[in-house]
Design a protein around this ligand. Structure first.
Ligand code: NAD
Length: 269
């Protein structure tokens, strides 16, 4: 019998109730109930259109104007701009409020953890954020809405308008997200790894655990003696090594997972 079929939620609740230092590794599955599709799930963007993966590849983005034009249109019409946090995000806020969450490492770029109320200083956006835009030449960083408005007004492939001694930079602009072929922030990765090595529990939510180096936090946690709890609709490569596996929609399961376990009636003497 699998851990999930064998009362995975109850087992996960007990593991979490005993934990004092929990690190969360979140993925796109926590935001699908907010209306943002994941990439690799059954309704995922790449499952339906495998060609879309090219838009998230650094080399293609930097060399092919057509890829950039498509990427800006996808960004312009992203449901994430209007999305609101769901009960799954709010459950992770509860975990922080009761003092157990040491770090929330998210692969998501949508900013919904911070909107839900998690302390931004406790959130590591390991794959960056769609809420900022960065110039790939001069490194200037701006809030996304200003550039998105230029795309809405008709610019197909906006370039950097930062001026240096009167001259326009003109560099290629890109979401401040980490594309395939792009280095993660060394500091973000180190923060995540140190927190995992110091944790009692690594709670993985809504991630297929197929994207590295983020998924590498799971073997790191196991090697450091932490328990791993996985909450995801589908099987992941690490289910067999997890202390508990929870299936079902995260907006329903995460609130149950973090709610305190009621004390039983006092024993009579
Ligand atoms: P993924 O697409 O590889 O996997 C998501 C997993 O979540 C799937 O296994 C799916 O079965 C599960 N899932 C989907 N909805 C669920 C629900 N309601 N309840 C429980 N489980 C559910 O996602 P990933 O592992 O996070 O990696 C994909 C990459 O795509 C990440 O790097 C991330 O940056 C990016 N991404 C981000 C967003 C976002 O910011 N919301 C959305 C799509 C993709």
């Amino acid at each position: 019998m699998t851990a999930a079929a064998d009362g995975g939620l109850e087992r996960a609740r007990r593991v979490l109730a005993l934990a004092r230092r929990v690190v969360v590794l979140a993925g796109a599955g926590i935001s699908t109930d907010s209306g943002i599709p994941d990439f690799r799930g059954p309704q995922g963007v790449w499952t339906k259109d495998p060609g879309a993966e090219r838009l998230a590849t650094l080399d293609a983005y930097m060399t092919d104007p057509e890829v950039r034009r498509r990427a800006w249109q996808v960004r312009l019409h992203s449901p994430a701009w209007e999305a609101r946090p769901n009960a799954g995000h709010r459950a992770l806020v509860e975990l922080e409020r009761d003092g157990r969450l040491t770090l929330l490492v998210t692969q998501n770029i949508d900013g919904l953890h911070q909107l839900a109320g998690n302390d931004p200083h406790r959130v590591v956006e390991i794959h960056g954020t769609m809420r900022d835009i960065v110039c790939m030449r001069c490194g200037a960083r701006t809030a996304a809405p200003a550039v998105i408005e230029r795309v809405r007004a008709g610019e197909k492939d906006p370039h950097c308008e930062t001026t240096f001694e009167g001259a326009n930079c003109g560099g290629i602009l890109k979401s401040a997200t980490i594309s395939f072929g792009q280095q993660l922030s060394v500091i973000d990765l180190a923060r995540a790894q140190l927190a995992v090595e110091d944790a009692d529990v690594l709670l993985c939510v809504g991630t297929s655990l197929g994207v590295y180096p983020a998924a590498g936090l799971v073997p790191l946690a196991l090697a450091a003696g932490a328990k791993v709890v996985i909450a995801n609709a589908e099987a992941t490569p690490f289910d067999d090594e997890a202390a508990a596996v929870v299936r079902g929609a995260l907006s329903e399961q995460l609130p149950r997972l973090v709610e305190p376990i009621a004390e039983g009636p006092a024993a009579e003497s």
